[in-house]
Design a protein around this ligand. Structure first.
Ligand SMILES: *[C@@H]1O[C@H](CO)[C@@H](O)[C@H](O)[C@H]1NC(C)=O
Ligand SMILES: *[C@@H]1O[C@H](CO)[C@@H](O)[C@H](O)[C@H]1NC(C)=O
Ligand SMILES: *[C@@H]1O[C@H](CO)[C@@H](O)[C@H](O)[C@H]1NC(C)=O
Ligand SMILES: *[C@@H]1O[C@H](CO)[C@@H](O)[C@H](O)[C@H]1NC(C)=O
Length: 442
């Protein structure tokens, strides 16, 4: 790869006069040889692409690196924060600017501004990986990159009924040229990004979400939780083999990878009150599901060989009550954090990180079951659908690659839970942010 880049340099050199070419060639060849000899002794990581890639050779320059957008602190639940972050990124992209790394919020709060607990983006997500994965599409910048410390341009978002999606887009369009564009920093003020009007298609959001990798220490915690789930699955499999007096020698099943189902189970009191009101107000059915209904729906899923572990991603308030793990059918062994013995991993973390760990455990499950009116579940399914698209299997519903998802609150064609993939062609994030029961899998 490095030689390839050097050859590209040679092309540039051929534009120069002839006698210079020979000298240059010699120098370049000399440098290549010298580097080949010296580099094993140096601590230079030759696979670090950016190190040797001159910006002139960059085919995807992406957004400007010397113009920035700054946004208010990002707040509310993990998934509201992810959506707000992506919206801020896409707005910056529209303005052909880098987004100054925003503050997220470690705590879940609704009214108490005193409990905002800002947490830098890079304490939750990997900054370098973000820019590497989003290269050519969107870009995050650090505040140290700002060189002009005069007052930034203030872009006040409008509010009220007269502030339509069209007016908002007009305002952004004007800020692309005109006076605003002269400023190094555009500071967007007013509402926080989750509440900005949405102008971008689902596939652009999916692209930004896909660039979000957890910070290494949080990733390590996710790996620990998943390995505990797999240990539990392994144990269940052995116990089943013993009780059936199976000989593991002629039955290969003990060597197959251990799989698990993750269920985002929303049955805590606050949610039940909220969803009952919601059903009344919207005249929709199929928003709320009881514990019994969820168990019944999940039992109808036959993707995975049993016994199988069902990991329940539930609110902390439900951990007090052991009944969520009971009542499951034979061959489905339910665990939550407490029964799995991972509460210490979670207890060390603030709200946002707890939620981020749960999110990944669900996103990486072999089967995921959630509620189609939950933003959390919607974003889990979006991330799984994005992975299916990358694998080139967008029509299979994910069954054969261990990425199927279901909604337990919607009845599917076969009477079981509805199979679920995100509609990647949707022109806005509306249905994902607020929920829908018009879901399917094609
Ligand atoms: C070099 O960088 C790549 C990509 O960042 C990384 O995967 C690899 O582990 C690094 N190698 C060394 C020896 O640091
Ligand atoms: C953004 O700005 C860069 C540098 O001026 C330019 O090369 C690129 O085409 C611009 N991108 C868009 C989408 O306008
Ligand atoms: C800093 O930005 C302001 C506002 O755009 C501009 O007037 C000023 O010339 C800039 N200063 C430098 C040193 O570039
Ligand atoms: C359901 O969603 C599909 C696309 O995902 C859309 O074409 C259809 O009109 C929607 N149906 C209703 C009743 O909203």
């Amino acid at each position: 790869m490095n030689f390839l880049l050097d050859l590209k340099h040679l092309k540039h050199i051929s534009l120069l006069t002839r006698p210079v070419i020979c000298k240059c060639l010699l120098v370049v060849i000399g440098l290549i040889v010298l580097r080949a000899i010296v580099s094993p002794f140096l601590a230079i990581n030759l696979s670090e692409k950016s190190f040797y890639e001159p910006s002139t050779l960059d085919l995807f320059p992406g957004v400007r690196k010397d113009k920035f957008v700054e946004v208010p602190q990002i707040i509310w639940g993990l998934n509201n924060q992810k959506i707000a972050f992506a919206r801020a990124c896409l707005t910056a992209k529209f303005l052909n600017r880098s987004l100054l790394m925003p503050s997220l919020s470690a705590s879940l709060f609704y009214k108490e501004v005193d409990f905002l607990q800002p947490i830098p983006f890079d304490k939750v997500f990997d900054f370098t990986k973000f820019n590497a994965r989003c290269h050519g599409f969107a870009r995050l910048a650090r505040y140290s990159e700002v060189s002009n410390h005069t007052e930034p341009y203030k872009l006040q978002k409008g509010s009220g009924r007269r502030w339509t999606v069209e007016r908002d887009l007009d305002q952004l369009q004007q800020s692309k040229t005109g006076e605003a564009d002269g400023y190094q920093v555009i500071h967007v003020t007013g509402k926080h990004p989750f509440l900005w009007p949405d102008h971008w298609p689902v596939k652009n959001y999916a692209k930004v979400f896909d660039c979000l990798a957890l910070a290494p220490d949080i990733e390590a915690e996710v790996v620990k939780v998943i390995s505990k789930i797999k240990d539990a699955g392994e144990k269940a499999r052995h116990e089943a083999a013993i009780s059936h007096k199976k000989k593991s020698i002629d039955d290969g099943s003990l060597n197959l990878p251990v799989q698990y189902i993750a269920v985002r189970m929303r049955i805590e009191k606050d949610w039940m009150i909220h969803c009952k009101k919601w059903e009344k107000r919207s005249n929709l059915k199929e928003i709320c599901s009881s514990k019994g209904e969820i168990i019944h729906k999940v039992s109808q899923i036959t993707d995975l060989r049993r016994p199988v572990v069902v990991y329940l991603a539930v609110a902390d308030s439900l951990l007090e009550d052991d009944s969520v793990t009971s009542g499951w059918r034979v061959g489905m062994i339910a665990y939550e954090k407490k029964k799995l013995g991972v509460t210490d991993i979670y207890e060390r973390q603030p709200y946002l990180l707890k939620s981020a760990i749960d999110f990944e455990v669900c996103a990486r499950a072999d089967v995921f079951v959630g509620n189609s009116f939950s933003t959390f579940s919607n974003l889990v399914v979006l991330s799984r659908t994005e992975r299916l698209y990358k694998l080139g299997v967008e029509s299979s519903c994910g069954e054969d690659v261990g990425l199927s998802s279901y909604a337990y609150n919607v009845i599917g064609d076969d009477g079981g839970p509805q199979r679920w993939m995100t509609d990647m062609l949707d022109t806005s994030l509306q249905r994902i942010s607020y929920g829908t029961n018009n879901i399917s899998c094609h």
